[in-house]
Design a protein around this ligand. Structure first.
Ligand code: HEC
Length: 143
């Protein structure tokens, strides 16, 4: 009796140990996957601002407008008087360039969505277009 109880106890111990090993291996493999994925993963610049309380005007200006628009849309002779280099100047533009809260009534969004702007250049990326949409939707704030 005592002998078999002892055996049972040993079995349990053994079983417990192999379960522990399995768990350890599982943790190690999860860790490896995370480590490898972590190396491959490059977050696109703009999506960082998207996850960080939504895109700001500053992020749009620095990461989209500067490279794609400001050549034609800044200063005294900005195309159609639309100055994308400065929030106050941009909001002065008439004819619904930016209708806060309503991207579908904002030619700023509609023209990049359709690919009309930038003219001749490649269409902005979906993430960039979505960021412009979100910024207007969230109130086109000076942020
Ligand atoms: C090569 C010069 C050039 C570049 C670069 C450019 N634009 Fe334009 N944009 C123009 C001109 C010229 C007009 C006025 C004529 C027209 O609407 O086609 C215009 C018009 C606009 C309008 C008003 C359109 C309307 O129908 O009321 C918006 C909004 C606009 N651009 C946004 C942008 C944005 C955003 C970018 C960058 C992603 C950009 N543009 C890049 C030259 C440019």
């Amino acid at each position: 009796m005592v002998g078999s109880a002892q055996k049972d106890y040993e079995k349990k111990l053994k079983y417990g140990k192999s379960e522990q090993m399995k768990l350890m291996l599982r943790i190690i493999s999860v860790f490896l996957v995370v480590a490898v994925e972590g190396c491959n993963y490059r977050e696109p610049k703009i999506s960082k601002t998207l996850t960080n309380n939504g895109p700001t005007f500053t992020a749009l200006r620095e990461q989209i407008f500067k490279n794609n628009c400001i050549g034609c849309h800044s200063g005294a002779d900005a195309a159609m008087g639309i100055d994308l280099s400065d929030y106050t100047e941009l909001m002065k533009s008439d004819f619904g360039v930016v209708t806060a809260g309503n991207p579908l009534n904002s030619t700023l969004y509609l023209n990049v969505q359709s690919g009309r702007m930038p003219p001749g250049g490649p269409r902005l990326s979906d993430t960039e277009i979505k960021s412009i949409f979100d910024w207007i939707k969230e109130g086109a704030r000076e942020n």
